[in-house]
Design a protein around this ligand. Structure first.
Ligand code: PLP
Length: 377
């Protein structure tokens, strides 16, 4: 990737991903680590992250969509791939041909997936998702056993796993998690009683894996932590050994020396309180830098110093106040990452925008080229 062609780019350190995966796999103990690479690997690049993760100890992958799984298969990735929600019936044939692990939980979906598998002469691997309290998707606890028996009764399906997902694993003081663990453990006990326990029973996302919330997990479905980002502010200290893999860069494309009282950007909403050097960066909200970042204290690193964003972020460009610094066209700016002794994390930006680091990295649009720093072995 030639970063000269666009003066705004992402760098993804695949070595950092590998270190994080190795560390998290060790912490997961007997559980396997399946790297979650949905949403183009949380904006990092699904295929590149998947290959790095599998090379560092991950044994499977999780995605949100059938087409995301297909992209990995097209890249010759043969590891198990779990799609974590039911998909439209039009995707069933592709899922079966791709030999993915389908998540199912509705009676009718189970039947129609089984019918497609049977028509193709394929036995489809299935994980049943149980809704133990998140209330997003999954079979209610009360019907979990019925759904398991249904899947078992269908010759074209193989019940390979049963799992659940926590609603509040990233909030250490929330009392729902222990209740979810208990409800899930009850389902697993029933599976054992009926000798229906599948190869994999699993629960943990990053936060749950890091906090070791459930003993009942054969797979840790780790996403955000492999990218070196803490799942929440509360878990920042537990994530201190993880290395952020993504950094967001730009080069100064224009420099102005403006007098006190001058306004900057659409609406001229801020007036400079004193004369300043204003640098323009060719990156904007169409690239995933939120328009309102100027209002909540958004900053950029130039020359190792924090420079506040001035004026609204526009679609393709933003301006920063460099004070009296000597800034030149072509100077390197960091929007996420480290420069000198300063660093700006995805979670720092997220906190200002009252969101989570996940949304910051997923929001970096496809228009921003990704440059990969290869893993050093
Ligand atoms: C996204 C997702 C994960 C990964 O979550 P992280 O918090 O990024 O680790 C795990 N399981 C399910 C069902 C998911 O949807």
């Amino acid at each position: 990737m030639n970063t000269d062609n666009r003066w705004a780019w992402v760098e993804v350190d695949l070595g950092a991903i590998q270190k994080n995966v190795a560390l998290l796999a060790k912490q997961a103990g007997k559980a396997q680590l399946w790297a979650t690479v949905k949403a183009n690997g949380y904006g990092h690049g699904a295929v590149q992250v998947a290959q790095a993760a599998l090379g560092a100890g991950a044994t499977g992958l999780c995605v949100a969509l059938a087409d995301e799984a297909h992209e990995l298969r097209q890249a010759k990735i043969t590891a198990p791939i779990l799609i974590v929600s039911e998909q439209p019936a039009t995707q069933f044939e592709q899922m079966l041909r791709d030999d993915v692990v389908a998540t199912l939980y509705n009676e009718s979906t189970i039947n129609s997936y089984a019918k497609t598998a049977s028509d193709l002469g394929i036995v489809g691997k299935v994980h049943l998702k149980v809704d133990t309290g998140m209330h997003r998707v999954g079979a209610p606890v009360a019907s979990a056993m019925t759904r398991c028996r249904q899947i078992k009764s269908l010759a074209s399906l193989q019940l390979d796993g049963v799992y659940t997902h926590f609603a509040a694993a990233d909030l250490p003081n929330h009392d729902e998690t222990a209740k979810q663990v208990q409800r899930f453990d009850n389902v697993v006990a029933e599976l054992d009683q009926e000798s229906l326990r599948p190869k994999y029973v699993h629960t943990s996302n990053s936060a749950a894996a890091m906090r070791v919330l459930s003993a009942t997990t054969d797979i840790a479905r780790v996403g955000i932590a492999i990218y070196g980002i803490a799942p929440s502010g509360e878990l920042e200290s537990m994530a201190k050994d993880l290395q952020p893999a993504l950094s967001l860069h730009a080069r100064v494309s224009h420099v102005q020396h403006l007098a006190a009282g001058e306004g900057v950007s659409y609406g001229l909403r801020t007036k400079l309180s004193q004369a300043a050097t204003i640098a323009t960066l060719p990156i904007g909200y169409a690239d995933g830098v939120q328009r309102r970042l100027w209002k909540v204290g958004g900053e950029v690193l130039i020359g190792g110093k924090r420079c506040p964003i001035v004026g609204v972020v526009t679609m393709d460009q933003l301006m920063v106040n460099c004070g009296d610094a000597d800034v030149q066209i072509g100077d390197h700016a960091i929007l996420i990452g480290a420069q000198g002794s300063q660093s700006i994390s995805a979670n720092e930006i997220a906190a200002k925008l009252e969101t989570i680091g996940y949304e910051i990295v997923c929001g970096i649009s496809a228009r921003v080229p990704r440059k990969y720093l290869d893993a050093k072995k």
